[in-house]
Design a protein around this ligand. Structure first.
Ligand code: TMP
Ligand code: ASP
Length: 236
């Protein structure tokens, strides 16, 4: 069992700790929930456990599909050993069905299927409220290289293709989701952060009931139950 050393970072939903190995860190998932860049705060009891276990299982499946990820080993209900990466400062958003900010921006009814998968990028910067950027901004600002951006986009499309099928098999529509990528000490781009009801929109495929963090963002109630339902479907 790797030893947890000093805390390196505390984010909105996770803490990161050093280990004795400079290439490995431990992430610890909290129950804290925020929305609208931290303007709305709350607690979703048990969320840390759901997100940790679900994200790990999905990363394991994705690595079997040939997608490199930061995941190394689940240590406990809330803690996971991952590769230490420098995070590419982009939120990569993948959309299959219009919802949220895309529905608003383009005047689409939520639930309108997109005729092709849509990729969007936001620059990760709390002070600027994570502004949307395009490929030209990313390269001009050197958030990553052209080759890295190509790798990231190709990986995002492959991840989506796999996840859409996987979630369909548990009667869930994968509406949209957010990915983050990191660079390991040897320069490899890997999938990082998490894949969970915090970072995805999940709709029940039959009833279209929301099974994700939108229940918290929109004060819909039933937040914990939605997370538990997704955990049950994913982990059995
Ligand atoms: P959006 O419709 O609000 O732009 O969100 C698109 C997807 O990205 C949705 O699945 C929620 C996820 N997301 C995050 O994971 N973090 C964020 O900060 C935001 C704004 C969205
Ligand atoms: N990441 C956003 C925040 O921290 C929350 C969200 O809408 O997912 O406020």
């Amino acid at each position: 069992m790797p030893e947890k050393k000093e805390q390196l970072y505390e984010g909105k939903a996770k803490k990161v700790y050093a280990t004795e190995d400079p290439n490995l860190v431990i992430v610890s998932y909290k129950d804290d929930a925020t929305a609208f860049n931290g303007a709305k705060k709350g607690t979703i009891v048990g969320k840390g456990v759901v997100n940790n276990r679900m994200s790990n299982l999905l990363m394991e499946k994705l690595s079997e599909e040939g997608i490199p990820t930061h995941y190394v080993k689940e240590l406990s209900e809330r803690e996971t050993l991952v590769k230490k990466v420098s995070i590419v400062p982009l939120e990569v958003i993948v959309r299959n069905i219009a919802a949220g900010s895309l529905a608003k921006r383009l005047g689409l009814a939520e639930g309108t299927p997109m005729k092709r998968t849509v990729l969007e990028y936001c620059y990760k910067c709390d002070a600027l409220d994570d502004p949307m950027v395009n490929e030209y901004h990313i390269l001009a600002m050197e958030y990553c290289t052209e080759q890295e951006l190509k790798t990231i986009a190709d990986m995002a499309i492959k991840i989506n293709a796999f996840l859409v099928g996987y979630f369909a098999s548990i009667n869930v529509e994968l509406v949209d989701f957010k990915l983050e990528f990191g660079k390991t000490s040897d320069g490899q781009i890997v999938l990082a952060d998490e894949i969970s009801p915090d970072t995805c929109r999940f709709w029940d495929a039959t009833t279209h009931e929301k099974l994700d963090k939108d229940r918290f963002r929109r004060d819909m109630g039933g937040v914990e139950d939605a997370y538990k339902e997704m955990m049950k479907r994913v982990l059995g």
